[in-house]
Structures are given as structure tokens and as C-alpha cells.
Design a protein around this ligand. Structure first.
Ligand SMILES: *Cc1c(COP(=O)(O)O)cnc(C)c1O
Length: 381
């Protein structure tokens, strides 16, 4: 039975022009991919992040698959991924023939630990995938250096990090390739949706073909060829214009969204600080050189039992808090790729103790006060 929560973990919110833009898309008579709103979304991402090209996709997972295809992986190729990650951060590469090699994360930011990545590099390493957990940047300069030395590509799974920054530069603009998610649970949504970001021109032509069913249809639409045909491998990875119309309205409201999320995040931090200190709970950490995208607010409880008890404590009060991720190297698939207990001790430890609190644009001050009061009533020991 599915329980109903008064305060859910996430609630999608209309921010302004979503319905109007969907009407406009219908009136324009173009509902398939790469119409007016899809191109507006792509231009906005290109401008804000300073990348050569953004391609709107049906999901972040599809964009990660495009990354895998762009790598043209040979048998035995390895891709280094964090164990503490979303399933398709690794799975999209495995689907296209890569062996995922799991590296551990830092205990403070829960982002890839460059020292652990360096240990995992081999002659077969083709890419390193950085996930900016909760919207806080990985140590990108160190990861860039490791990737360069290994002759591998740095890829950013920037699903959490849109509009966050590392040393003043936007997350999503460091990797040769980067991906975004516009799933309902992310800061900006089209229901589903995603994007592939291409920092430089060198991958653009092939990415367009892979995304357009293996055809040169994108060039045809620009008038660069007089007919389009089957030229390479490919799939159908465009997002419907209905999704993009909704998404564009959300992206237009980015300043308000990010301000509100920063406000909610900072209030959690301020009002839970004393409780956390007394109960031995760690609050999220943002290094001084990072500007967060404020995707998540997570607690690290002293142990698994306390974490599970806090979930129940909040559920009794109508509040849904969730935990994620489970270490990928210990999943059934991870074990098929050689994952063993002890390989990534930090991921194994934090996954048992972590809890995410409700954080979404429409969370009211009164609702957040209820969450904070409920958490403060909880004794971890
Ligand atoms: C949500 C998420 C994804 C997958 O996004 P979809 O758009 O649902 O495919 C991938 N990576 C990370 C880090 C995510 O949080």
C-alpha cells in the first residue's frame, strides 16, 4: 500500500508560463523534436554554460548513452564512475559495452575522490564520469589532470549541478561532454527530459547524427545537404516539443527557483545546526570554491539504525524523507563487473546513514518549519 504524505519529498510546481507555452507549441503546429521551444532551451543552456552545443534529449540517461556512443568503445574499454551514483551514471556506459570501474567518494562532499580515481586508472580507461552530488562540484581541476594524463575524457553527469559553479565556472562546462536531467525530481523539469552538452565543436556533427536515427537530418534542416540519409549508427533521442515548452518556462524562471532553493537549504542548515552537533549528525558540506546548485539537503546520521528510525519518525508526522544511493559496486550488476564488499568503503558506509529532506520550490515556510521541528524532536542515540 502506498502511503500518502502531507509533505512529500518532492512536488513538481508550475512556475509561470508552462501551460501557455504548451498552447503556443500546439498553435505553431510542430510537436516533434527540435521545434521552437526545444531550440530555445538549447540556446539558453549554451549561453548560460558557455558550451558549443546543447542537444535536448528525452532524459539524462539517453544523453549518457550518447556519451557512450561518442566514445566508440572497443571491447574491454573501461569507464571510471563513482559507486555512490545513480544507476545509469554507470549503466548507460555498460549498455554500450564498457566495463564500469567503481571509484569511491569523499566522506564530506560525497563526490568522487580524485585519489581513488587515480588508483583505478588503467591502459583501458576511456572516460571518467564526475557526478556533482547534491549540486556541489567535484574537484574538477584534479579530475581534469587525471583524465588528461590517462588520455581519457572527463564527462560530467550534471543532473544535480545545473547553475552551480566550481571556481566561478559553471558546472557542465568542464567535461568534453556533460549531461543534464529534467526529470520531475530535478530543479527544473519537463516531466522527463534531458540534455547533452558538448563543450567544443569536435563531437557536434557525430552527436547530431547519433541522436537523429543515424541520419544527417540536422544538416538537411540547416540546408547544408539537399537530402538526408542513413550515414552512421543512431537512435531516436529527441524530446517532444510539449516537454520542451514546459521545460523552457521552468528554465526562464531559473533565478527565482535557485534563490528559493538556496533559501530553503540555508534555513535547514541554520536551524538544524545545533541539533546536528548534539546528535552527532553531519550536515552537507560546500567547499569555499564551490557555489551549490542546491539540489538536495542531506543528513548523515551516526548509523543505519538511527537513519531508519528517523525515516519512521518523520513518516508518522506525514513527512517523506528518502535515502539514495545504494553503492553500485555491490548491486547485482555491479558484482557482475567484479564489485566486492570493501572496494568503496565510504560509499558503503554513507549509503547506510544518509537521508534526504524534502526540498522543492513550493515547500512553504510553514511546511519547512514542520520538517525542522520534527527532525529536532528526534534523538539519534
Ligand atoms: C536523475 C539522475 C539521472 C537520470 O536522469 P533521467 O533524466 O531520469 O534519465 C542520472 N544521473 C543522476 C546523477 C541523476 O540524479
Amino acid at each position: 500500500m502506498r502511503r500518502r504524505y502531507r509533505i512529500p519529498f518532492n512536488r513538481p510546481t508550475l512556475l509561470g508560463n508552462e501551460i501557455e507555452y504548451i498552447r503556443e507549441a500546439v498553435a505553431r503546429g510542430h510537436l516533434s523534436g527540435d521545434g521552437h521551444f526545444s531550440l530555445r532551451c538549447a540556446e539558453l543552456l549554451e549561453r548560460e554554460l558557455g558550451v558549443a552545443r546543447a542537444l535536448i534529449t528525452p532524459s539524462c540517461t539517453h544523453a549518457l548513452e550518447l556519451c557512450a556512443l561518442l566514445l566508440a568503445l572497443e571491447p574491454g574499454a573501461e569507464v571510471i564512475v563513482p559507486s555512490f551514483a545513480f544507476v545509469t551514471t554507470a549503466g548507460a556506459f555498460a549498455l554500450h559495452g564498457a566495463t564500469p570501474v567503481f571509484a569511491d567518494v569523499r566522506p564530506d562532499t560525497l563526490n568522487l575522490d580524485p585519489a581513488r580515481v587515480a588508483e583505478r586508472v588503467s591502459q583501458r580507461t576511456r572516460a571518467i564520469v564526475a557526478l556533482h552530488y547534491a549540486g556541489v562540484g567535484c574537484e574538477l581541476e584534479e579530475l581534469e589532470r587525471i583524465a588528461e594524463r590517462a588520455g581519457a575524457l572527463l564527462i560530467e553527469d550534471n543532473a544535480h549541478g545545473l547553475f552551480g559553479r566550481y571556481r566561478g565556472r559553471p558546472l557542465g562546462s568542464f567535461g568534453a561532454l556533460a549531461t543534464q536531467s529534467f526529470h520531475e525530481t530535478k530543479n527544473f523539469t519537463g516531466g522527463e527530459g534531458g540534455a547533452l552538452l558538448l563543450r567544443e565543436q569536435r563531437f557536434v556533427a557525430r552527436a547530431e547524427i547519433l541522436r537523429e536515427k543515424g541520419t544527417d537530418r540536422s544538416r538537411f534542416f540547416r540546408g547544408e545537404v539537399d537530402k538526408y540519409t542513413w550515414v552512421d549508427h543512431g537512435s531516436s533521442q529527441l524530446a517532444s516539443e510539449l516537454v520542451s515548452a514546459f521545460l523552457y518556462a521552468q528554465l526562464e524562471a531559473r533565478a527565482a527557483v535557485q534563490t528559493q532553493r538556496a533559501r530553503l537549504w540555508s534555513r535547514y542548515r541554520r536551524e538544524l545546526k545545533d541539533w546536528a552537533r548534539d546528535e552527532g549528525v553531519a550536515l552537507p558540506c560546500i567547499p569555499a570554491h564551490c557555489e551549490s546548485a542546491y539540489h538536495l539537503f542531506q543528513l548523515l546520521l551516526p548509523n543505519r539504525r538511527a537513519r531508519d528510525r528517523l525515516i519512521d519518525h518523520l513518516a508518522l508526522r506525514g513527512i517523506l524523507a528518502v535515502f539514495h544511493y545504494q553503492p553500485l559496486h555491490l548491486s547485482p550488476m555491479g558484482q557482475r563487473f567484479g564489485g566486492r564488499p570493501g572496494d568503496c568503503p565510504v560509499s558503503e558506509d554513507v549509503s547506510q546513514r544518509l537521508l534526504r529532506l524534502p526540498l522543492y520550490h513550493a515547500l512553504s515556510d510553514a511546511e519547512q518549519a514542520e520538517v525542522i521541528d520534527a527532525v529536532r524532536q528526534f534523538r539519534a542515540t
